[in-house]
Design a protein around this ligand. Sequence first.
Ligand code: NAP
Length: 247
Amino acid sequence: MLLEGKVALVTGGSRGIGRAIGIRLAQEGAKVAVNYAGNQAAAEEVKAIIEEQGGTAMLIQADVSDSAAAAEMVTRVHGELGGLDILVNNAGITRDTLLIRMKDEDFDAVIGTNLKGIYACTKTAAKFMTKQRSGRIVNLSSVVGEIGNVGQTNYAAAKAGVIGFSKAAAKEFAPRGITVNVVAPGFIDTDMTAVLKDSIREKLVEGIPLGTLGKPEHVADAVLFLVSDAASYITGQTLNVDGGMVM
Ligand code: NAP
């Protein structure tokens, strides 16, 4: 197993991509803290799956856009699971609308969860990782942060911000043995994309060279690689998991 003895925190681990990441990391031996915002039943299901497979999981509710709550969560995970080796900043939301109709609340909410949440969790995790002189951080961006998308100025700004944030953090923490990388998914079949109309879905698939929407497990495998020893000389990079959408 690739992650025997490691402790991982996955934000937004209750559904979609985060759920697949938590399950995958646990399959490789990591003890996994599954964070969620409000959907306790979904988070409990993830914990049950991990435990059925012989792994260890803890649940932790926290709104990552609240810096104090995020710091408290990271500290609790470190205390209760006996360390923190891996942080996957996956929690994310969308509030899509054309810019001329966008409300300040739509902009602030998306920046708050997708970008400020990463800042808050990384800041506290880095304190522990710096002390132990090792750590792996993977932040979820999106192809939208690289190429933009109509109706997603808030989301594109947040996801482009994740890439810049991660490069700066990678430079700051490299001397301490901590790597910081980004995974940028394309269109993945989760609740986030379930709201899209069939006609839009079909159009999207036409733009994907590999010809289908991705699965959460595709993203989880990329995250597993980046937190494993196989990626020990990789930092500050963005790995697209997008069926070839952006190349
Ligand atoms: P999803 O199915 O909508 O799940 C979102 C997860 O984030 C849930 O576990 C949710 O918890 C959690 N969450 C939301 N707001 C939170 C907050 N303030 N604090 C803590 N947790 C919060 O989303 P997804 O499709 O799996 O996306 C996961 C990540 O990948 C996001 O960062 C997203 O932007 C990115 N991404 C997704 C796609 C895609 O096509 N799906 C493409 C590119 C990038 P609850 O269950 O408690 O609500």
